[in-house]
Ligand binder design. Structure first.
Ligand code: NAP
Length: 344
């Protein structure tokens, strides 16, 4: 399939470009931007490790317009939310297949918000879009929500989540490029990220919600989140305190996490990790620097799994790569799942 990438020169866009190089199903033919329009992709300010993939060096960054998308089979979006709002609705209205990383459409009742291993059944909403002559459009969640919700899935299925208290320690690349001024973040922690706590609170409940008569009923557990920016380049760490309806045995919980596998694994999708959740038993893991790249950044790493204040509560730490599993890699995996299900 020929694919376009909107906002392809930013922090997430560059991760897409790196992961789409040599992809067996998707051929990246259009990259759009704003300030870099007209430049060869090889001349953009590359902020990732390694070099710009050879095959995209001469691709000229296009304007973000419908005109630029002619002849394309699928559009990935890494646009800032504000810019995504009108444009992504327009794509949906015109029936141009879209998989977006931006928050603009995530809470739309007709748009599936999907982590491929967590709620692939929510893609049923695409059938409803088809009936209305729109889409297909699907979104993937905010980076922190993704890292948090992957391990919650097998635990919620086994013990029934009632209440969630989380604190996130989020990497700088989560703020895009150039992001937070160095003067503000070096030797510091910033205890506020605009809009982030609301996203974690709402998206978690949509992702773990039930598909009910063609609609998503949000899960009913309570969520409280505190989101903070820390001087780490890549990799969000989330400290989780979860309360369940049923009693939890921490050792059994660790085994459930370790053995968790889902549709992307059984379908053998090209970007699927062999194990979406890794469990570390050392008392000082996971750590962003050492664990963010598990299976190329597509797996999250859980550790410090222990009992909380009572038999129904569990504490753990999870680390995941925010621009790989939390953004570009996950969107590519979602598109692969949609392709495998003949939805695009
Ligand atoms: P970023 O580094 O600021 O990049 C923004 C990109 O959008 C650049 O390519 C920029 O192009 C382009 N752009 C800006 N305004 C535009 C416009 N009016 N029309 C077309 N292109 C425009 O941001 P980012 O961190 O990559 O984030 C991109 C999206 O992914 C956001 O919606 C963000 O919330 C979401 N997201 C980010 C993360 C993360 O960890 N960073 C995780 C999950 C989701 P120029 O460079 O040419 O100006």
């Amino acid at each position: 399939m020929k694919v376009a990438l909107l906002g392809g020169t930013g922090a997430v866009g560059q991760r897409f470009v790196k992961m789409l190089a040599g992809h067996p199903w998707f051929e990246l033919t259009v990259i759009t931007g704003k300030t870099s329009v007209g430049r060869r992709y090889g001349q953009v300010n590359w902020v990732l490790e390694g070099e710009v993939p050879e095959e995209f060096r001469d691709l000229v960054v296009a304007e973000n317009s419908l005109e630029s998308l002619r002849g394309v089979d699928l559009v990935f979006s890494a646009l800032p939310s504000k810019e995504a709002r009108e444009f992504e609705r327009e794509l949906m209205k015109r029936g141009i297949p879209l998989v977006s990383n931006a928050s603009a459409l995530r809470m739309d009742p007709l748009v599936p918000l999907v982590i491929p291993e967590v709620n692939p059944d929510h893609l049923y909403l695409i059938e409803r879009q088809r009936e209305m002559g729109i889409g297909p459009a699907a979104t993937d969640p905010n980076c922190t929500t993704t890292v948090l919700t992957l391990p919650l899935k097998p635990l919620h299925d086994a013990y029934n989540l009632r209440r969630l208290d989380v604190a996130s320690y989020q990497a700088l690349s989560g703020a895009g490029y150039p992001g937070v001024p160095s003067y503000d973040i070096v030797d510091n922690v910033i205890p506020f990220i605009p809009g982030e706590e609301e996203k974690v609170e709402n998206e978690t409940r949509k992702l773990l919600g039930r598909l009910d008569g063609g609609e998503i009923t949000f899960a009913s557990f309570e969520v409280q989140a505190t989101c903070m920016r820390v001087p780490v380049l890549d990799g969000h760490l989330v400290a989780v305190h979860a309360e369940f309806e049923n009693e939890v045995d921490p050792e059994e919980a660790a085994r459930l996490l370790e053995n968790f596998s889902s549709e992307p694994q059984s379908l053998g999708l090209p970007t699927a990790p062999s194990k979406p959740i890794h469990v570390r038993r050392e008392e000082d893991r996971p750590q962003p620097r050492y664990d963010r790249d598990a299976e190329g950044g597509m797996s999250v790493v859980v550790g410090r799994i222990r009992r909380g204040a009572n038999k129904r509560s569990l504490l753990f730490i999870v680390v995941g790569h925010n621009t790989v599993r939390g953004a570009a890699g996950q969107a590519i995996l979602l598109a692969e799942l949609m392709r495998a299900k003949n939805l695009i």
